[in-house]
Ligand binder design. Structure first.
Ligand SMILES: [Zn+2]
Ligand SMILES: [Zn+2]
Length: 306
């Protein structure tokens, strides 16, 4: 069973603090990486956390506020210095490409690898070997997107008795059927559906970026195994969250509850809170399975029931 790990590279909002860098998160599954936002200095965290510069990589940028995007150029430059050759997927607001082209040109940055840019828009924005990525509009002060990253479904439960009844010899052919592939037995084709249950859904991770909550977003994040949500403010500072188009820890918890997710990670904390313990406590009154992200925190996302 492939391990799916989420590593928080930066968990502050707007400005870095002594203990927290700017927003960036890495999803890792068997040699491939998805980066969510690229706060300043992200490449140092990528190296510190062993994420790697030469993997199959896709980068999803939520919006063009400096704290979420200024690290991207430095990361691309560091990848070039490491002689990266593999194409890199980037998804983000349409103007992101313009910013990249202009700054790369002004700073004389040449890349050693091709970039496949997909403009973010509501709907499916990226398909990789492991994942499908969907986007929806966030409710923020500039054009911004939330993302859901869905692992491809797994083949259904394998029933050995059915395989034996169909005279499929145990061994290589069983293993092929278990991987969801057809096999030939005595000149006859056996389909995996004849010996297995229905395909099982893959794991699902949601990332809000900067946003106000809304029922539409709760629907978008419905059934996520892990939801990573804007928790810039404590519930008592809701007026500031409304004014700056962010969410409070309580609103993040209410979203998690109405979306029916399995686990909530709060992130993007305002530098005004020296400790975020009270934010987690408050969120847990609404959604008990809540944790606070911190730089370097690693979470394994497991299948339901495992
Ligand atoms: Zn932000
Ligand atoms: Zn923002």
């Amino acid at each position: 069973m492939a391990k799916l790990t989420v590593t928080f590279l930066g968990t502050s909002s707007a400005a870095p603090t002594e203990g927290r860098g700017l927003p960036a998160i890495a999803l890792q599954r068997e040699g491939s990486v998805i980066l969510l936002d690229c706060g300043e200095g992200v490449q140092r965290q990528v190296l510190n956390e062993g994420v790697g510069l030469n993997k199959e990589t896709s980068i999803l940028i939520t919006h063009l506020h400096g704290d979420h995007v200024t690290g991207l150029l430095g990361l691309l430059q560091t990848m070039s210095m490491a002689q990266r050759k593999k194409a890199l997927n980037i998804v983000g607001p349409p103007k992101l490409l313009k910013w990249l082209e202009v700054t790369a040109d002004l700073l004389h940055i040449g890349l050693t690898f091709p970039v496949n840019f997909s403009p973010a828009r509501p709907g499916t924005v990226l398909r990789t070997g492991d994942f499908k990525v969907k986007a929806t509009k966030a409710l923020h002060s500039v054009e911004a997107y939330c993302y859901v990253i869905e692992e491809r479904s797994r083949p259904g439960v394998f029933f050995p008795d059915r395989a034996r009844n169909l005279r499929v010899p145990e061994g290589k052919l069983w293993s092929r059927l278990q991987k969801g592939r057809k096999v030939q037995v005595d000149g006859r084709t056996v389909d995996p559906s004849e010996v297995s249950g229905p395909p099982r859904p893959g794991r699902k991770i949601g990332y809000s970026g900067d946003t106000r909550p809304s029922p539409r977003l709760s629907r978008f994040f419905s059934g996520c195994d892990l939801l990573i949500f804007d928790s810039t403010f404590h519930g008592k500072d809701k007026d500031k969250a409304v004014e700056r188009k962010h969410s409070t820890c309580l609103e993040a918890a209410e979203t998690a509850k109405s979306a029916g997710v399995r686990r909530l990670a709060l992130t993007h904390f305002s530098a005004r809170y020296t400790s975020v313990a009270s934010l987690v406590r408050q969120a847990r009154t609404v959604f008990p399975d809540t944790i606070a992200a911190r730089d370097g925190l690693r979470l394994d996302v497991v299948y339901p029931g495992s």
